[in-house]
Write a protein that binds this ligand. Structure first.
Ligand code: IPM
Ligand code: MG
Length: 355
């Protein structure tokens, strides 16, 4: 029997609701397939922890995570704490501390889900966005001076390193190569940002040479938004900088029907550290505690976790169960226009995987 050690960090808001649901689903999967087990260790980090101790997670918090096989994360965000504190104090601390440089965000229109795109047929929107997750616009370099005075100054510097750009582009080319279409779109803005993004483009040209079987093109980030809406079928794998991909992935999730469905993986492809899996939706304080959250984004994130752990058959089984459930409009939560509760969705997925 293989036992996976999973760090479970629900965080804030609906993260505290969807993560326990996901543990139930994984335990049900293990019950049906006893050759695999999950051992969860829980960490109560986030907004409440901050109110008690003045920090989002302990200074040496990465230590107990280090020995885990994976991290399951809910969300970080609290209406009473500034966003940059919740983000930098927890999620980015883990992503950057464990050098999870490839953020992978698949988007597909699942069975039974309606897209706001009028002419998009099922199968025409099937993308994976690879987001650079360690530097760029989120490097944290910059500062403020003379606060409150008329001469106040503030800056955020986007840091692009050759190593950082090359490794994420290589990861994206490899991912594109593994998908049936073998196509990669490199998102850029080198018409306006004439240093970092120009280097980004140059490196793409070099890395592409190692992947002769992958076709690729370049698209400016603003034009990419229009292309996602007007010609979704022309895209497959997409690689972009930290901020560009942040914006494009919300658009992608909305075009696929709901932010509640979208999953994400923060990967250390070299497996030096544990990787982290989380739904893309935030803490959604407006609906927290009511059992209304859509747990599908978290379940799909668990599929990504199983795949990354090498449990492809279990991942496929969970994904099939998710698709069976989304296909039934009676099991749609409020974000999808339905009336189902989170627990209805969880129970239906558990029923599917227990068959
Ligand atoms: C995301 C989120 C975060 C980000 C927020 C919560 C700071 O939007 O994961 O896409 O911008 O990275
Ligand atoms: Mg975002």
């Amino acid at each position: 029997m293989k036992t996976y050690k999973i760090a479970s960090i629900p965080g804030d808001g609906i993260g505290k609701e969807v993560i326990p649901e996901c543990e139930k689903v994984l335990n049900a999967l293990s019950k049906k397939h006893p050759e695999v087990a999950f051992q969860f260790e829980h960490f109560d980090w986030g907004g409440d922890y901050y109110r008690k101790y003045g920090i989002m997670m302990p200074d040496d918090g990465l230590e107990p995570l280090r020995s885990k096989d994976a991290i399951l994360f809910g969300s970080a965000g609290d209406p009473k704490i500034p966003d940059h504190i919740t983000l930098w104090g927890l999620r980015l601390k883990i992503c950057q501390g464990f050098d999870q440089y490839a953020n992978v965000r698949p988007t597909r229109i699942l069975p039974g889900i309606e897209t706001p795109l009028r002419n998009c047929k099922p199968g025409q929107l099937d993308w994976v966005i690879v987001r650079e997750n360690s530097e760029g616009e989120y490097s944290g370099v910059g500062g403020r001076a003379h606060q409150g005075h008329p001469i106040e100054v503030a800056s955020d510097m986007s840091i692009m390193t050759r190593v950082g750009v090359e490794r994420v582009q290589r990861f994206a080319f490899k991912l594109a190569q593994s998908r049936p279409r073998k196509h990669l779109t490199v998102i850029t803005k080198s018409n306006a940002q004439r240093h970092g993004m120009v280097m980004w483009d140059e490196i793409a040209n070099i890395v592409a040479k190692d992947f002769p079987d992958v076709t690729w093109d370049k698209e400016l980030v603003d034009a990419a938004t229009a292309r996602m809406v007007n010609r979704p079928e022309s895209l497959d794998t997409i690689v972009a900088t930290n901020l560009h991909a942040d914006v494009l992935s919300d658009l992608a999730a909305a075009l696929a029907g709901s932010l509640g469905i979208a999953p994400t993986a923060n990967l250390d492809p070299e497996r030096r550290y544990p990787s982290m899996f989380e739904p893309i939706h935030g803490s959604a304080f407006d609906i927290m505690g009511k059992g209304l959250a859509n747990p599908i984004g978290t379940f799909w994130s668990a599929v990504m976790m199983l795949d990354f752990l090498g449990e492809k058959a279990l991942g496929a089984k969970l994904m099939a169960a998710i698709e069976k459930v989304t296909a039934n409009p009676k099991l749609h939560t409020r974000d999808l226009g339905g009336t189902a509760m989170m627990s209805d969705v969880t129970n239906a997925v558990i029923e599917e995987i227990s068959k």
